[in-house]
Each structure stands twice: as structure tokens, then as C-alpha cells.
Design a protein around this ligand. Structure first.
Ligand code: NAD
Length: 426
């Protein structure tokens, strides 16, 4: 047998179809698998082939809708792309609990991104700093020449901050170029600007510049949302007390806070994918922000009002765009933005923050009452049935039995399938 090797050169030079044929041969795909590979869904070959490198197919995920959201007095249907069961239903539920008290109140989010420029090998940090600051207008002018259209629309580089870092390679000056990227996520925009201003800054500072890149800790682009969740709809005083205890647990323990925030990101990332935005940027920013004060902490705050209702708040950096990147290229992302009916990146971030808060409250409610597994397992049972090789037409029947018998396991699904087949053969 031929040795399996991963150093396949020139794969990218092959046509899309040739790549599919080559990989099919290498890993020995059968006819059914080749058919899956060839199904590009709503993408054309040209569209998919130009997005990343070495493309061989397209990958689909469920696209669901969360309902009941009222944010700043406007109703939204929120598109979510996620593989995990229960998340969409949970968000819709929590939104209903908040709706009774007016829904969510989200604040305006300014689309300000930071581009970092790392200045090293400085003889005199103070002189370098002064020289850069004295030429601020010139630096901002060069930055803005890179994207005249953005400038015309009212955005662009408007200021910078300089930080001093003590490192093992000596003192460095880190210049944070601040750019209003309006409706874009902005990474490309600010990277271009940082690269363009670097020669001028190098000359002014007499230092050596290495990195010139966006910071994903978008600390000037913080989204805040707040809502009151009805005590009775949540399940009464006991459930609210359980949620508050869960919150204290997360405040005191990074192990718990990580899972607390993962629940928030279930919602935010699902909307991020649906709208064609960069999930890694959103995740990295959120978790860095959660740890900014020293201890990794929850991104939400929870308390009760004088009537015993739960008041929730969220604060999270959100670099989301409705223009640029994949947002206008991906057919489903375009559709998602249409369903969502948001007119700006600011509005999208306001929705995302509300969704994250709803998701958090929904998860804590389940944990503080019947436990997370009940709701989860109903849907999960279908996946287990599928995994056990149950044919599509019997999935529902087998899944129901798994839940009924409280044995949501692959081996038990196989046992039930066997029983059904035996009955048929009688
Ligand atoms: P982009 O490069 O497509 O730029 C958006 C362009 O749209 C701007 O040049 C602007 O002139 C134009 N525009 C038109 N109308 C606008 C409006 N109303 N508001 C703002 N801009 C408007 O997109 P981007 O947002 O700069 O970059 C996003 C992409 O960069 C994502 O795909 C992301 O994955 C990728 N990226 C991320 C990182 C990172 O996060 N570290 C690094 C590099 C690239």
C-alpha cells in the first residue's frame, strides 16, 4: 500500500474540480461522499473558490431564527447559525421574559478600532514620543489618504494614543491609531492605515517598527445592553435566587466564568456567523475584555430590582460590520442582514449585545431550575440517534424513546432500532 503523505505540493494550482478529484482519490471517497463534496449549496464554484485557499467544497450549518426581541423599542427577528441544540429556543424564551418589561435597552456603539504600531530600538523614548505627537496631523493625514471613501462618509483616523511597554527587548512605544470604521468591522481598513503611516513614524521616532496590525481588543467599541427579566416567567423567587448564586459563583471563579461567558458567546457567535462576520475577532476580544481587570470575569452583571425581577446588563467589545469582509459576499449573510433589518454596524452590535444577555439569562435559568440537560437532551437525542445509524425516517421515533427512557446513548439507540427492525420482520 502507498504511504499516506500530507506534503502535497501544488494543490492550489489545480482547478476546483481537479482538487475534488485528487482528494477523493487520496482519502478514497465513495460515490455518496463525493456527492456531498460536490454539493456547494447556494455557492457557485467561482464564489467559493476565491474565498480561501485549497478549497474543495462548502460546509453548511443550521440557520435558525430567534424571536421576541424588542431592542430600543424596535422588534427584531434574529438569525442564528449554530450547530448546538437549544440555543435558539433559549434566546427566544429569555427575550420573551424581557419583553414583558419593555425589552432590551442597548447603547450606541461607536465603531472605533485600534491599529497598533510597535516602535522599538529607541534611544530616547521621550524625544521619540514628543516628535510623534508634534506631527499628529501629518500622521492622521497619511492614514486617511488610504481610504478617501471612508473619509468622505465621515469616518477615518481621528486620533492616536501612545503607550510605553517595558519588555525583555527593552522599552517599546506602542502607538494606537484610532479609526472610526463606520459600518465595517475594520480590520483591513486599519491595517492598511497602520502600514502606510509607519515609514513616517519610523523617521520621526528614529526607531524600528515591526508590527502594524489591528488590535482585536476593541476597547473603544464596547456594546452595552440592559433588560429586566420577569420573575414569574423565569420561574419565581427560587429560580431568581439560583441565578444570582450562579452569578456570584462566576464572579469568584474563572472556571465558572469561562462557561458563563461561553453561554453568552453561543448567541453572539451564532449571529456573528449568520451575518458573515469574523468569529475569531469577536471571541478573542470578548475573552480579553473579560480578563482585563486581572481576573477572568463574567461579561454580564445580574441583580434584582425592588419587585424581585432579574436585571441583567452586558458589556462586551463587538467589532461587527454590515459592510466589508464576507458580509456582502456570502448569500446567506446578506439574507441574514435582510431578516435582521439593521441599518448600521452600530445597530448590529446593539442587537448582538442584547442577544448575548438573553442567552446568558436563559442558560442560568435552566441551570438554576431543571438543569441544562433536559432541554438540551431532547434535541441532542436526535443527534445520538443519527450517530447510531438510525435511518432518517425513524430518527424522531427513536429519539423520543431515548428521552422517554432517559437513556440518551448510542448503544441504546441501536438497541431500539434493532427492536423496531425485529418487529417489522415478525
Ligand atoms: P474591507 O477591507 O472590505 O473594508 C471595508 C471597506 O468598505 C472600506 O475600505 C470602506 O471604504 C468601504 N465602505 C463603504 N461603505 C462603508 C461604510 N458605510 N462604513 C465603512 N466602510 C465602508 O473590510 P474590513 O471591515 O476592513 O475588514 C474585515 C475583514 O478583515 C474580515 O473579513 C476579517 O476577517 C479580516 N481581518 C481580520 C483581522 C483581525 O481581526 N485580526 C486581520 C486581518 C483581516
Amino acid at each position: 500500500m502507498k504511504e499516506f503523505r500530507s506534503d502535497i505540493s501544488g494543490f492550489y494550482k489545480l482547478s476546483f474540480e481537479e482538487r475534488q478529484q485528487k482528494i477523493s482519490k487520496i482519502v478514497n471517497l465513495n460515490q455518496e461522499e463525493i456527492k456531498v463534496l460536490q454539493n456547494l449549496g447556494y455557492f457557485t464554484t467561482t464564489q467559493i473558490d476565491t474565498l480561501i485557499e485549497n478549497v474543495i467544497g462548502s460546509y453548511q450549518l443550521p440557520f435558525g431564527l430567534a424571536f421576541n426581541f424588542k431592542i430600543n423599542n424596535k422588534d427584531y427577528i434574529i438569525p442564528m447559525v449554530i450547530e448546538e441544540p437549544s440555543v435558539v429556543a433559549a434566546a427566544s424564551n429569555a427575550a420573551k421574559f424581557a419583553r414583558k418589561h419593555g425589552g432590551f435597552h442597548s447603547e450606541n456603539v461607536k465603531s472605533v478600532m485600534i491599529s497598533q504600531i510597535q516602535i522599538t530600538q529607541l534611544d530616547d523614548v521621550e524625544i521619540a514620543k514628543r516628535s510623534i505627537l508634534e506631527n499628529k496631523d501629518q500622521i492622521l493625514k497619511i492614514a486617511n489618504e488610504q481610504d478617501p471613501f471612508l473619509n468622505e462618509l465621515g469616518g477615518g483616523a481621528f486620533d492616536f494614543e501612545i503607550r510605553e511597554l517595558d519588555t525583555r527587548k527593552g522599552k517599546m512605544l506602542i502607538l494606537h491609531l484610532l479609526v472610526d470604521v463606520l459600518d465595517a468591522m475594520g480590520a483591513n481598513v486599519v491595517n492598511t492605515m497602520a502600514e502606510a503611516v509607519s515609514p513616517c513614524i519610523e523617521e520621526l521616532s528614529e526607531g524600528k517598527i515591526y508590527l502594524r496590525i489591528v488590535s482585536n481588543l476593541a476597547s473603544h467599541r464596547i456594546a452595552k445592553s440592559r433588560a429586566t427579566f420577569d420573575k414569574d416567567l423565569l420561574g419565581g423567587d427560587q429560580v431568581v435566587e439560583g441565578i444570582l448564586n450562579a452569578y456570584e459563583f462566576a464572579l469568584a471563579d474563572p472556571y465558572r466564568a469561562t462557561t458563563h461567558n461561553k453561554g453568552i458567546m453561543n448567541g453572539i457567535v451564532a449571529l456573528t456567523i449568520a451575518t458573515g462576520n469574523d468569529t475569531r475577532a469577536i471571541e478573542a476580544g470578548a475573552h480579553a475584555y473579560a480578563a482585563l481587570k486581572g481576573q477572568y470575569s463574567p461579561l454580564t452583571k445580574l441583580q434584582v430590582d425592588s419587585d424581585g425581577n432579574l436585571v441583567g446588563e452586558i458589556e462586551i467589545p463587538l467589532a461587527l460590520g454590515i459592510i466589508g469582509g464576507m458580509t456582502k459576499i456570502h448569500p446567506m449573510a446578506r439574507l441574514a442582514l435582510k431578516i435582521l433589518n439593521v441599518k448600521s454596524a452600530n445597530e448590529l452590535s446593539q442587537v448582538a449585545a442584547a442577544l448575548g444577555l438573553a442567552q446568558n439569562v436563559a442558560a442560568l435559568r435552566a441551570l438554576a431550575s431543571e438543569g441544562i440537560q433536559k432541554g438540551h437532551m431532547n434535541l441532542h437525542s436526535r443527534n445520538i440517534a443519527k450517530l447510531a445509524g438510525v435511518p432518517d425516517e425513524l430518527i424522531e421515533k427513536v429519539a423520543r424513546k431515548l428521552v422517554e427512557d432517559k437513556k440518551i446513548r448510542v448503544d441504546y439507540a441501536r438497541e431500539i432500532l434493532q427492536r423496531i427492525e425485529n418487529e417489522k420482520n415478525l
